[in-house]
Write a protein that binds this ligand. Structure first.
Ligand code: GTP
Ligand code: MG
Length: 302
């Protein structure tokens, strides 16, 4: 699948990060963006069946955009933090996700369901600001999934979003950029239509917004580049003879190898982890407070 819509010429690689509350269709949408079913899609609504940390969470499609790589990172649900003892594990999970998308996403897709009761529990505006900084919202697109539930009730999706949906503050912070999809659908034409709408929106976004920078990503990238430097000679000797692309293409290939390695490892390399720990420690603390509030509400409502 190739698209006519040309991306910014300076980008060799387009990095998209998908985040959102549990069971909102993140992995289903990641598959549509990637163009292959590579992300495991859960069937149960239980928290335990959420996207596991050890399974494939990133995929690079080298065909979808002419001359560009499209990296899709499907983040684990942000709210499977259960109690304060999971602090370190969750911090490592977030750190791993940051390392996979390093040196930072070109855009973040915030996946929400067309169900306010579900969304209200998670303040995505606050989460994105806390984890990535307020700038990141200007690089974000809200994606409303489960539109079939509204359609089944005869409700117009766009009317619902503009008049009833309680995510107006988030939408405003994201410049009212939003997409809608029934991500359970297998219709290829609908997938292509969604991809085209996504690419058009991304192109518009990149015309006006710089790729956002953050100290956390800068530091993480420095550490990754240090590790890359150590491997470059070995990698070059191994691949250069059979590789007919440019040096920058070979460097992208090395980064791909490193991402694969990172994904296979159940935990993050100690050096990477230490680099981001100082940034993630307070973030995880604030996420845990959020989750505690959520759990208290859940208990109170049962
Ligand atoms: N009806 C409907 N079902 C959907 C939609 N998107 C996803 N699903 C279903 O919802 C379930 C969860 O989908 P996933 O893509 O795994 O959701 P997720 O957000 O990745 O889930 P976690 O990683 O566990 O948080 C699966 O059974 C999907 O088929 C949608 O737009 N409409
Ligand atoms: Mg998932």
């Amino acid at each position: 699948m190739a698209f006519e819509n040309p991306m910014q010429p300076s980008m060799d690689e387009i990095r998209l990060l998908l985040i959102g509350p549990p069971k909102t269709g993140k992995s289903s949408i990641a598959n549509i963006l990637a163009g292959y079913n590579v992300f495991p899609v859960g069937s149960s609504s239980s928290v335990e069946s959420a996207t596991p940390t050890t399974q494939s969470r990133h995929f690079t499609n080298k065909k979808i955009l002419v001359g560009k790589h499209l990296l899709v990172v499907d983040a684990p649900p942000l709210f499977i933090l259960k109690d304060a003892t999971s602090n370190e594990k969750d911090m490592r999970r977030l750190a791993k996700c940051a390392a996979l998308i390093s040196p930072g996403p070109h855009a973040i897709f915030l996946i929400l369901s067309c169900d306010d009761a579900k969304n209200e529990r998670f303040d995505m505006k606050q989460i994105v600001t806390t984890v990535f900084g307020a700038e990141a919202l200007r690089q974000s697109i809200v994606v409303f999934s489960f539109i079939d539930r509204l359609e089944a009730k005869g409700i117009s999706v766009h009317d619902w979003i503009n008049k009833e949906c309680k995510q107006q503050a988030l939408l405003e912070a994201c410049g009212h950029r939003y997409l809608v999809i029934d991500s359970s659908h297998n219709d290829q034409n609908k997938h292509i239509e969604f991809l085209n709408r996504s690419l058009t929106m991304l192109n518009e976004l990149w015309k006006t917004e710089q790729i956002f920078k953050s100290k956390m990503f800068d530091d993480m990238e420095q550490e990754i580049q240090r590790q890359e430097k150590n491997r470059w000679d070995i990698f070059q000797n191994k691949y250069a003879n059979n590789f007919h692309g440019s040096e920058s293409a070979l460097r992208i290939l090395l980064r791909e190898h490193m991402r694969d390695e990172l994904e296979r490892e159940p935990i993050l390399a100690e050096a990477d982890y230490l680099v981001v720990e100082k940034y993630l420690q307070p973030i995880v603390k604030s996420l845990l407070q959020e989750v505690e509030r959520y759990l208290e509400e859940e208990i109170a409502s049962t």
